[in-house]
Design a protein around this ligand. Structure first.
Ligand code: ADP
Length: 252
């Protein structure tokens, strides 16, 4: 039954998505055909001709952006799951987060040294944390504090050992109706061109595909915390990722 519910929710999301896209593309095609029709009429003076061409090309460009966003979303390539030592990955992410936020936002991190290794895709983890940082930044137009935290969570119920990573902000928070839809693909409250509504849905999909979960808690006017949990792995992390800790290597 749950499976059926999930399926129907998915179909609804796809319906909304294709409906929205069809509408957008229809508008663009109309703009382009309008330009072409005008151009086909003779005579068209050079200045006007130039404007029509520009208009048509802009519409084509906008279509390209739409397709690009859609492809980024649908490229649900299988995750490259591996055993990851978060102490290798998180400091690099923290550096990127600092670049994403503005100067009036303080970034604080609490990363314990004894974090368990987890099963995840380190590249997607980085994308997820950057998505969360961008949201935190957008939620704090007047500055504030972004916190990145991580902690071991020993076997909670039947889920096994997990590591929980949290991104918190002291921003505007979300009203309950926004919070309940925030993880939906293409749900955004941001103006056109600023938001795609895909950030949190990437975070959610990523956490689920890693075998973990994503949750959010938010208080309007106070701030938001998004946490994602990743399963502890018994495997030994092999690959050092990004600007990694230096470990003794054989040879030199
Ligand atoms: P986008 O950021 O492109 O709008 P997301 O999926 O990342 O898409 O977020 C969906 C919506 O959830 C946002 O438009 C915003 O309304 C809300 N939201 C997400 N993160 C936060 C946050 N940290 N604080 C307040 N609102 C948030």
């Amino acid at each position: 039954w749950e499976e059926r519910l999930r399926h129907s929710q998915k179909m609804e999301a796809i319906g909304q998505l294709t409906g929205g896209l069809a509408h957008d593309f229809n508008n663009l095609l109309q703009a382009i055909s309008g330009c072409l029709e005008m151009l086909a009429r003779n005579p068209v003076d050079p200045a006007r001709r130039h404007r029509l061409l520009e208009g048509g090309l802009q519409a084509v460009d906008r279509g390209r952006t739409l397709i690009h966003q859609l492809m980024t979303f649908s490229r649900q390539r299988p995750m490259d799951l591996e055993a990851v030592d978060l102490r290798d990955v998180l400091p690099g992410c923290l550096g990127l987060i600092r670049q994403v936020v503005r100067g009036d936002i303080e970034v604080k991190a609490t990363l314990p040294a004894d974090l368990w290794p987890v099963e995840t895709d380190p590249v997607q983890l980085e994308v997820a944390l950057l998505n969360l940082a961008a949201n935190a930044r957008d939620a704090m137009p007047n500055g504030g504090t972004l916190t990145l935290g991580a902690r071991n969570v020993p076997d909670a119920g039947r889920r096994g050992d997990m590591v929980e990573i949290e991104v918190g902000d002291t921003g505007m928070g979300m009203a309950p109706d926004v919070a309940s839809r925030a993880f939906d693909p293409f749900f955004t409250t941001k103006p056109l061109g600023k938001g795609t509504g895909l950030g949190l849905s990437q975070v959610y999909g990523f956490a689920r595909q890693s075998g973990g979960e994503a949750r959010l808690s938010s208080r309007p006017g106070r701030g938001t915390t998004v946490s994602l949990s990743l399963p502890r792995t018994a495997r030994v992390p092999q690959r050092l990722f990004g600007a990694a800790r230096t470990e003794p290597q054989g040879g030199s």
